[in-house]
Design a binder for this molecule. Structure first.
Ligand code: SF4
Length: 480
């Protein structure tokens, strides 16, 4: 997938964050959290952090950078304890700075609270104003700090962090999968629509583990217990593990982009293996958008499963025609407009022998601004391809996200700017262009429409967006 302001101009809308938590007396919790975060690195590459408690005191360590850059042996050795939470961040609300790195820590009358958040509150500004009017001072600019300070204040009032979290949940409007640490407990919380994923697992039959994606539980050798329910709060402490359904859930609204692009293919979300969902999208796309081609190839990496499904269904050979440099860090210096094409080449290099003289069907997961896709099509043509046919495993991407994915404003989305697919085809320079239909998307993923947020394609947002927040990203007309 391509993006609008990524460092190399062609990674996609970025995931907000990955969260991890463990209540594991006797386990090396900081090291396990480190490995868990490592498995969740794809969900955020700006900063990483771990907060750990030894039962009496919380210690936190967070820095800008990748998990492998932030933590070394010395840092992990300094994080001793029996319970921990971890976080890897990409900013959606609040700037990219150490002040916004997580887990964030606040004090209440009974001690400290650390919090890690994946998602985005749509009423964060209003909540922040209320707190500021009540005299609260903020150190950062993120919605996560608003949540943390609300919990701390409520804990002061009611005398319990668990009750405070439960009391705050109805006030938080938007997407949140949270891990929360006190001196003696780890909690995990999922918003009433379950927009962002969150799993609970067990390690060595005695430790309770939470993670954004099941792949992080697999990596540390934990057994998968289940996905947390929308609206659920689970507390793990010396008394055991207590699930509590705090909010009723009228319907779930799992972000469909988790299946299309964001989650790791080896994760299970909403009961569906992401790799299977992506392959299903490719199969469905081949049925609805066939092409006469000599070879089907993916735009690496996220286009792979859909391209495999497409080739299989179409009965066409599958080939690799673009080789990706896997070592482009988040902090890679952004090429300016003049060097944008070179930026793409730094990340992707064509395999001329695979492409020369052939009719190529290129499968990718979406088109955001169109600039990257144009560069890729040109690159394939320059390598000698006879024809370039672009097939996209998702429908046209027309509406911005308010629930924790960093997407463009509407005016930057090529499918919102162009009135026809033909116009987009011309803009990207392909011989033909075929998108998945909404029905094809649902069939391909195999998850009920009632369980998904599809707002990027339909403009119908399952959680109401306050008008001032909505306007901020709507620089084109409203949906009919
Ligand atoms: Fe996902 Fe789009 Fe919904 Fe945001 S608006 S949660 S990116 S489907």
């Amino acid at each position: 997938m391509e993006g609008h302001k990524s460092p190399c101009a062609y990674s996609g809308p970025r995931e907000a964050c990955g969260v991890f938590g463990i209540y594991g007396p006797g386990e090396d919790v900081s090291r396990l959290t480190y490995f868990g975060l490592f498995a969740l690195q794809h969900r955020g590459q700006e900063s990483a952090g771990i907060a750990v408690s030894d039962g009496n005191e919380i210690t936190a360590y967070r820095e800008m950078g990748l998990v492998s850059q932030v933590f070394n042996e010395e840092a992990l050795t300094g994080l001793r304890g029996d319970l921990a939470i971890g976080h890897t961040r990409y900013s959606t609300t609040g700037s990219s700075s150490i002040a916004n790195a997580q887990p964030m820590v606040a004090e209440w009358q009974g001690g400290k609270i650390a919090l890690g958040h994946n998602g985005n509150l749509v009423n964060a500004l209003a909540l922040r104003r209320e707190l500021e009017e009540a005299g609260e001072k903020f150190a950062a600019t993120s919605d996560s700090e608003v949540m943390l300070r609300m919990v701390a204040r409520e804990a002061d009032r009611c005398g319990s962090v668990e009750e405070a979290v439960a009391n705050c949940m109805p006030k938080w409007l938007g997407a949140y999968s949270l891990v929360i640490l006190t001196e003696t407990s780890v909690m995990a919380v999922r918003d009433r629509y379950g927009v962002r994923p969150l799993w609970i697992g067990r390690l060595n039959e005695k430790a309770t583990v939470f993670a954004s994606e099941s792949c992080a539980l697999n990596v540390i050798g934990a057994d998968l217990v289940r996905e947390m329910q929308p609206g659920e709060l689970i507390v793990a402490d010396a008394d055991g593990t207590r699930p509590r359904q705090v909010l009723s859930s009228p319907r779930s609204a799992i972000c469909v982009f988790e299946y299309i692009y964001m989650a790791r293919p080896d994760s299970v979300i909403g009961g569906k293996l992401v790799h299977e969902a992506r392959k299903g999208l490719g199969i469905q796309l081949a049925k609805d958008q066939p092409v006469e081609a000599d070879v089907v190839m993916p735009v690496p990496d996220t286009g792979w499963p859909a391209a495999i499904g497409y080739a299989q269904q179409a009965g066409l050979p599958f080939g690799e025609g673009l080789i990706k440099n896997r070592y482009i860090p988040r902090t890679f210096i952004q090429p300016d407009q003049r060097l944008r094409e070179m930026g793409v080449k730094i990340k992707l290099n064509p395999l001329r022998e695979m492409l020369a003289g052939k009719r190529i069907a290129v499968v990718d997961d979406t088109i955001v601004r169109g600039t990257t896709k144009r560069a890729i099509v040109k690159m394939i043509r320059d390598a000698g391809a006879a024809e370039v046919h672009v097939r996209i495993s998702a429908p046209p991407y027309r509406w911005p996200c308010y629930y924790g994915v960093d997407t463009s404003n509407r005016s930057e989305l090529i499918a919102a700017r162009c009135s026809t697919i033909e116009e987009i085809r011309r803009a990207v320079g392909a011989d033909t262009l075929g998108y998945q239909s909404l029905q094809g998307l649902l069939k391909g993923i195999g998850v009920s429409r009632r369980k998904l947020c599809l707002a990027c394609f339909t403009g119908r947002y399952p959680i109401p967006i306050p008008p001032d927040v909505r306007i901020s990203k709507l620089d084109l007309e409203q949906p009919a």
